[in-house]
Design a protein around this ligand. Structure first.
Ligand code: AMP
Ligand code: MG
Length: 422
């Protein structure tokens, strides 16, 4: 049995990012960059109108006070995509649409709403009368290169390709990106009592709820779950199922890792060549958790987790151990390996066991500048009711009674959060 901190460190040290590959940007949402994206252009790419209106020279407005009307000749009409080499001369302007390049000589856009005396619809050849009591030079112009400059690293290795990052990469000219592949996670449920969740359990049978739960947890991390179904507590079928799971990047098995007569999993892992890194961690729930690695001479290794069968234990162990493994394989930057942590003020008394830290489902609310954590009712390691509505986990050190008003550590549930912290 080892300490939780040591166990998490062992996972961090054993996992390594998957080899990067070049991929079409369009297929890369959710992937983590292994190489930066460098802009091949400025953004905005040219001085650009940010409003529909009239491109003017600031000099024509220099002396204009609040209520004063400036009358200008409309020299041309510029739609988005139009480019002109004609300069706006004093006393003149060009009708311009949002997104069009500012013509030479112009240095501000007066919005169409500022046209008075029925001149808002005036086009090239007419005269527009403008009154803009908030006029300032440069207004409503997106200056070239103010967001980023050509040659700038706009995204870095370790950044995730969120929808916004995909947009930024596209704008910067990246048709392809170098990313870590999606992590393939085999999910194997073990136990002769288990039946698929779409079955009605007969006497003594239990629905396999871990498989959909762990698949959902993988999907929430943009990993690819591969459900291998149920293996009974018998050596040969269990060995065959484990061997199949070892083809994935990560094998997440549940059940059969504690000390019962039919807990065959550790021996099966050993028989399949999986090297044990740890078995049993001072932790509640989740003490029986097993972790190891199958190393290969010419291919990437498979990380192997044996999670306790009880669903709440399985999920807590997933969050504490499997999540960082998936994130590391995915190439995430270190600050994204674990659930975010925060300090919260306890609103009800809770106890932790004398020998192990405990993770309890809690509701988290914002009270002014502080977070408040309310422990949710929890009957033990098989109980998912509290976890299903939790905003996070209370992380309490071993051996203590924690009183209302105490500051405690919470792990915020960033993927399953049931209510926003606004
Ligand atoms: P085990 O870790 O195999 O000793 O199982 C502990 C408890 O978790 C037992 O009550 C099992 O029936 C239950 N359990 C094991 N695997 C699953 C599963 N995949 N889904 C739901 N419950 C499970
Ligand atoms: Mg079992």
């Amino acid at each position: 049995m080892i300490d939780l901190v040591a166990a998490i460190e062992l996972v961090e040290r054993t996992a390594a990012p998957l080899p990067p590959r070049r991929q079409r940007l369009a297929d890369a949402r959710g992937r983590w960059l292994a190489a930066p994206v460098v802009a091949d252009c400025d953004s905005p790419p040219f001085d650009r109108a940010m409003m529909d209106g009239f491109a003017v020279t600031a000099a024509d407005f220099a002396g204009a006070t609040g209520a004063e009307i400036v009358e200008l000749e409309v020299m041309a009409d510029l739609a988005a995509g139009d480019v002109t080499t004609t300069a706006v001369r004093p006393g003149g302007c060009m009708r311009i649409m949002t997104g069009a390049p500012l013509p030479p000589g112009a240095d501000a856009v007066v919005p169409v709403e500022c046209a008075v005396d029925g001149t808002a619809d005036v086009h090239a050849g007419g005269r527009v009368r403008l009154r803009d009591d908030r006029f300032r030079p440069g207004q409503h112009v997106g200056r070239q290169g103010t967001a980023f400059r050509r040659g700038l690293e706009v995204l870095h290795a370790g950044d995730v390709l969120s929808p916004a990052a995909v947009g930024l990469a596209a704008e910067a000219g990246a048709t392809h990106v170098v990313v870590r592949p999606r992590v393939r996670v085999a999910i194997l449920s073990t136990g002769s009592e288990l039946v698929p969740c779409d079955a009605v359990p007969a006497a003594g049978q239990t629905r396999n709820s871990n498989a959909p739960m762990l698949a959902a947890a993988c999907a929430a991390l943009d990993a690819e779950p591969i459900d291998l179904g149920i293996a009974p507590d018998r050596a040969e079928p269990l060995r065959a199922a484990v061997a199949q799971g070892l083809a994935a990047d990560v094998l997440v098995l549940s059940g059969g890792v504690s000390a019962g007569d039919l807990d065959l999993v550790p021996a099966t892992f050993a028989a399949c060549g999986v090297e044990q890194v740890f078995h049993k961690v001072r932790l509640k729930p989740g003490k029986p958790v097993w972790f190891g690695i199958l190393r290969r001479a010419a291919a990437t290794p498979t990380l192997v987790f044996g999670l306790p069968g009880n669903p709440a234990s399985s999920l807590v162990c997933f969050e504490l151990f499997v999540r960082p493994a998936i994130r590391i394989l995915s190439g995430a930057s270190r600050d994204r390996w674990h659930l975010p942590r925060a300090t919260a003020r306890l609103v009800a008394a809770v106890k932790s066991p004398p020998d192990r830290p405990v993770y309890l489902p809690c509701r988290i609310t914002r009270a002014g500048a502080v977070l408040e954590a309310e422990p949710l009712p929890w009957t033990g390691s098989s109980d998912l009711v509290g976890l299903a509505t939790a905003d996070g986990l209370l992380a309490l050190p071993a051996g203590g009674r924690h009183e209302p008003g105490d500051d405690v550590e919470v792990l915020l549930d960033d993927t399953l959060q049931s209510q926003p912290l606004a």
